[in-house]
Design a protein around this ligand. Structure first.
Ligand code: PXL
Length: 290
């Protein structure tokens, strides 16, 4: 019998506290109607922004998990990777994609490694080159502006014009992916908005989407964005609608969380916002970058 639900291989860590990676990927994609099969890259006590975190790296376990999945003939409609436990895992994930992806598989790589101009605490500098190689195997990549700068060997910019954003997206597409997306864009023309931009090499169009910025930072919003984007593209949404749906969900989750008194670890109250995943997309936000 064929699988009644589209199936996603989710290559991310499991952080016990701090709502990110698998603890947001699974509820979001399940709520959107997909079966999620986690391929855990590491198990952590908390995400790496909380001091004293413990990380148990699963690099040596990955090949055995993958071999077992091959042996039982598992097939995936999407492969979606994020935080890796070691730089060595990038090559393993490339091999996993080569073994399991067909022409119809949606391959999404979120090159999780840095933010605000700095690598995350557990990330070795070799991760940058490895993420560049892994990204070349993807259709969609979703770096934030710091990750995009690191992958392109550029300075992290304070601000970008729309023409510069197009150049950055084209340079990312030259690494391999046909739909690069950049999040946390410091757009010169939209300083009070949280903006994302994307390029679709197949039709040559560039898109911009966003929502008004809330004056605080939350952890895990990149994972939430990329998870909704993956689900949205997998359900057949166009690229700009997928961008808009993801921005809308992140913005509503932030808005809902912001209403509570300040939370010590700055994570999103996903459980209070997940029902808004089914809200219709308001088409007000996206536009073509001419
Ligand atoms: O949200 C990205 C992320 C995922 N997983 C772990 C992290 C981070 C960001 O800090 O530390 C373990």
């Amino acid at each position: 019998m064929s699988n009644p639900l589209p199936r996603v291989a989710a290559v991310h860590d499991l952080s016990g506290f701090g709502r990110c990676s698998l603890t947001v990927v699974i509820p979001i994609l399940s709520t959107m109607g997909f079966e999620v099969c986690p391929l855990p890259t590491a198990v952590l006590s908390t995400h790496t922004a909380i001091e004293g975190f413990k990380l148990f790296d699963l690099t040596d376990q990955l090949p055995g998990f993958i071999e077992h999945w091959k042996a039982i003939g598992l097939r995936f409609d999407a492969i979606y990777s994020g935080f890796l436990g070691s730089a060595r895992q990038a090559g393993m994930v490339c091999d996993f994609i080569k073994s399991f992806a067909t022409e119809d598989t949606l391959v999404v790589v979120d090159p999780v490694m840095a933010d605000f101009g700095k690598l995350y605490a557990s990330m070795p500098p070799e991760m940058i080159g490895e993420m560049r190689i892994l990204s070349s195997q993807a259709k969609v990549i979703t770096p934030n502006i710091t990750e995009a700068a690191f992958m392109l060997n550029r300075e992290v910019p304070d601000s970008l014009t729309e023409a510069e954003v197009k150049d950055w997206l084209k340079a990312l597409a030259d690494l391999g992916p046909s739909m690069p997306v950049i999040t946390s864009l410091p757009l010169e023309s939209q300083t009070n908005r949280s903006s994302v931009a994307a390029y679709n090499r197949e039709d040559g169009r560039f898109w911009l989407a966003g929502r008004p910025q809330v004056p605080t930072q939350y952890h895990g919003t990149g994972d939430i964005f990329s998870s909704v984007l993956t689900g949205s593209l997998l359900q057949g949404d166009s690229l700009p609608i997928a961008l808009d749906r993801s921005c809308q969900f992140v913005a509503s989750a932030i808005q809902i969380t912001f209403g509570y008194s300040s939370l010590p670890h700055h994570e999103i109250l996903l459980e209070r916002s997940i029902n808004t995943l089914h809200a219709p997309v308001t088409y007000a936000s996206y536009s073509l970058i001419p």
